[in-house]
Design a protein around this ligand. Structure first.
Ligand code: ADP
Ligand code: ASP
Ligand code: MG
Length: 454
């Protein structure tokens, strides 16, 4: 029998009714042996606020109460089963203690421990919902197998260890029950809890599928698949039936929140198919992400990533000299800054950095010490409030007419930066964040809502 790993996101496990819908999907498909859950919708945001230094004692109490209320509503619908009540109460006490600890001393490790509690609650409650519906199910603490480095807030999974630990500790349990485990969290070599960065549960599911050599990963969310653009932004966005790993990876990287950017990597390594669908309407089907697809259109989708920072470095050292770029990138690498787009001129280099992809508690990575280091070699200018818009598709770099068509749509807007050519799968432009929705809609209308002109 094939093995499927199913991941349910925050809105899919938001409350008892949502969990119930997900339980039905699992029970109807006996191939789903491992279930990965996010924290119930809103809980991680509340926990993030609890970790912030400027959250005062009164606000902390109110946040803890809100988290507790979400859990208690589900417990109530379950009829307060004793062993689950005990477990949830223990987690809530832990949240209180950790937030107290953080108010006295800031520590990234404690922050991650606190952020991890949302998934602890949802996994325990979800397994109870499955049991209530007659399925044999128990919770497995993913920290026993999701080995990461100790970069708290955005820890790096250690693929080989995860694979051997999963085979030894988790595989044998999948034969006679449905195992529910936590997305987003892991543990380092010392056993300290880590997190993989916001939205990381998709990545967790793909990593576990890779370790189990599963046949497919299902990502159940609140939309019926990957759309031609964010359906919240463009009412005419339509779901895509089938998309290649390459295109999906570009979409996720450039902001299609429906998939965490790293999700595709493990799937590619093991050639595991990924399905994205809506837990609210599973009958609508969804998107299959595959190695080989039937059609490879020039235009597949438009993705947008907000909150971008443009870093412009001006240095006369660049003129007829070697090593300036190497030095700049070495500095950025030391600060764990990942660069997205680059353009260079004779004495300038412009880079875009992703602030949204910072760590789990939302801390930006562009800090004073980095800026100071860069200033030693160049004049640094920082521009914020920008949005990166990516047109994703196939053969973009080798199809005549793409730029003309896109630039005509962009004509009324100021384009701050353009990148095209490195990949056949994208053309990226940087615009003011305030114009992003308008640009996405105009591009979507032209590329997907009018008959092909090239
Ligand atoms: P989950 O909590 O299930 O992980 P997310 O909120 O992380 O869900 O991702 C789902 C959301 O992604 C959708 O509600 C939608 O607004 C957004 N999204 C952005 N781009 C796309 C796209 N191209 N297709 C589908 N959804 C998208
Ligand atoms: N709960 C985490 C978050 O909100 C992880 C996830 O949902 O994927 O970011
Ligand atoms: Mg998500």
């Amino acid at each position: 029998m094939s093995l499927i790993v199913a991941k349910f996101g925050g809105t899919s496990v938001a409350d008892y009714d949502a969990m119930h819908r997900c339980a039905r999907i699992i029970i109807e498909n006996p191939e789903i042996r491992l279930v990965v859950v996010s924290a119930s919708s809103g809980v991680t945001n509340l926990l993030v606020e609890l970790t912030q230094a400027d959250t005062d004692a009164q606000r902390r109490q109110s946040l803890i109460q809100q988290i507790s209320a979400i859990q208690h509503l589900i417990l109530e619908k379950l009829g307060f089963p004793n062993e689950v009540v005990v477990r949830i109460e223990a987690v809530l006490e832990r949240i209180e203690a950790l937030s107290e600890q953080l108010s006295v001393q800031r520590s990234k490790a404690v922050m991650d421990e606190l952020l991890a509690q949302g998934e602890q609650c949802s996994s325990a409650l979800f397994a109870a919902v499955l049991r209530e519906k007659g399925a044999k199910s128990s919770v497995f603490d993913v920290r026993n197998i999701m080995r990461t480095d100790s970069f708290f807030g955005r820890a790096e999974p250690q693929i080989e260890q995860i694979s051997s630990l999963t085979q030894a500790e988790l595989s044998p349990k999948l034969t006679d029950e449905v195992i529910v485990t936590q997305g987003f969290i892991g543990a380092d070599y010392q056993g300290c809890t880590t997190t993989l960065g916001r939205g990381g549960s998709d990545y967790s599911a793909a990593l576990l599928a890779e370790a189990l050599k599963a046949d497919a990963v299902q990502i159940w969310t609140d939309v019926a698949g990957i759309y031609t653009t964010d359906p919240r932004l463009a009412p005419n966005a339509r779901p895509i039936k089938e998309i290649s790993f390459n295109e999906a990876a570009e979409m996720a990287t450039f902001g299609a929140k429906v998939l965490h950017p790293a999700t595709i990597l493990p799937a590619v390594r093991q050639k595991i198919q990924v399905f994205v669908g809506s837990s609210w309407a599973p009958e609508q089907g969804g998107t299959w992400i595959r190695h080989q697809v039937n059609a490879e259109p020039v235009y597949r989708a438009v993705a947008v990533r907000r909150d971008q920072t443009l870093l412009n470095l001006h240095s006369l050292q660049m003129l007829h000299a070697q090593g300036f770029l190497a030095e700049t990138f070495a500095t950025l690498a030391r600060h764990k800054i990942s660069v997205d787009l680059i353009t260079t001129s004779e004495v300038n280099v412009s880079l875009t950095l992703d602030k949204t992809g910072s760590d789990s508690s939302g801390h930006g990575l562009l800090n004073e010490s980095l800026l100071q280091e860069l200033s030693q070699h160049s004049r640094v200018r920082v521009e914020e409030n920008l949005a990166l818009i990516a047109i994703v598709g196939n053969k973009i770099a080798t199809t005549a007419g793409v730029c003309r068509r896109v630039f005509e749509v962009l004509a009324p807007h100021n384009v701050r930066m353009i990148c095209q050519g490195a990949s056949p799968h994208n053309l990226c432009v940087l615009v003011a964040e305030s114009e992003a929705a308008q640009v996405v809609n105009a591009l979507h209308q032209d590329l997907f809502e009018t008959p092909e002109v090239i």
